[in-house]
Design a protein around this ligand. Structure first.
Ligand SMILES: [Zn+2]
Length: 93
C-alpha cells in the first residue's frame, strides 16, 4: 500500500535516526499541540518501523530541502501578493 502512494510526504525518505529508507510511516498526532502543528501543514508526524523513532518532519521533505527553500516560497508568495495588489488597484481606478 505504501508503495502506491507517491504523495508529498516523507514516507520514502530516510529515517533521521537509523537512516533506513522507506521505513517511515505517518503517525497520528497525540496531543492538541501536535494536531495544531499538523493542521499548519508544515510538519507531519512519522514513526520508523525499523528503530521505532518518532518525530516530526517537514512536509516538503527533509535533508534536501531546507529553511532557505521555505523562505524562498514565502518570498515568492509575498511578491505575488504585491503584484496582485498592484493589478487590482490598477483595474479599480
Ligand atoms: Zn529508524
Amino acid at each position: 500500500m505504501d508503495e502506491l502512494s507517491f504523495k508529498k510526504d516523507a514516507s520514502f525518505d530516510k529515517c533521521p535516526n537509523c537512516n533506513s529508507v522507506g521505513k517511515l510511516r505517518r503517525s497520528r498526532a497525540k496531543s492538541p499541540i501536535e494536531q495544531g502543528i499538523k493542521k499548519l501543514g508544515i510538519f507531519n508526524y512519522y514513526r520508523c518501523r525499523e528503530c521505532d523513532w518518532r518525530g516530526r518532519l517537514l512536509n516538503f521533505g527533509f535533508g534536501g530541502i531546507s529553511i532557505k527553500t521555505i523562505l524562498l516560497y514565502l518570498f515568492l508568495m509575498f511578491v505575488t501578493a504585491v503584484i496582485v495588489k498592484f493589478i487590482v488597484q490598477k483595474f479599480a481606478m
